[in-house]
Design a protein around this ligand. Structure first.
Ligand code: HEM
Length: 117
């Protein structure tokens, strides 16, 4: 498996995660005929992002710099989004906004790679 494979995996994982998050946020406490699918997209997306991210890092011998640690932190928050939304700790526009801002920041970290320490 080469760099391109892991990078594609990372991107496909992102599509899947954000579809899952969008679906999950829009039904929150109600119900949805796609409940199972939404959970699967969220979970599979998280796995693909992680495998892809660490795959890229290994192929390009990036080590585990600060920007990658922060991305891992964001990944954990994205994983926790389902319980956070279910318990009503984050809801409505705040939930949509948090997901977008965190996703945008993770993308910035991957593209610019600041904090190389
Ligand atoms: C929700 C969380 C995440 C988002 C939204 C995200 C987003 C992105 C994006 C858009 C890129 C493309 C950069 C480019 O093509 O220049 C990227 C690259 C990358 N990401 Fe993530 N990512 C996330 C989580 C992670 C995690 C958890 C890891 C690993 C621990 C990771 C490791 C990487 C690496 C190593 C690159 C490669 C940068 C390069 O090719 O130069 N990412 N990420």
């Amino acid at each position: 498996m080469d760099y391109t494979f892991y990078k594609l995996l990372h991107m496909i994982g992102l599509c899947s995660l954000f579809l899952g998050l969008g679906g999950m946020i829009s039904y929150s406490k109600g119900t949805s005929p796609f409940k199972g699918l939404i959970g699967a997209f969220h979970g599979i997306g998280l796995v693909l992002i992680l495998v892809g991210g660490f795959g890229i890092a290994a192929k390009h011998q990036l080590g585990f710099p600060t920007w990658m640690m922060i991305k891992l932190g964001i990944w954990i928050v994205m994983a926790a989004m389902i319980p956070l939304a279910k318990k009503g700790i984050l809801k409505g526009a705040a939930l949509w906004g948090t997901v977008l801002i965190l996703g945008a920041f993770a993308a910035y970290l991957g593209v610019v790679r600041p904090f190389q320490g």
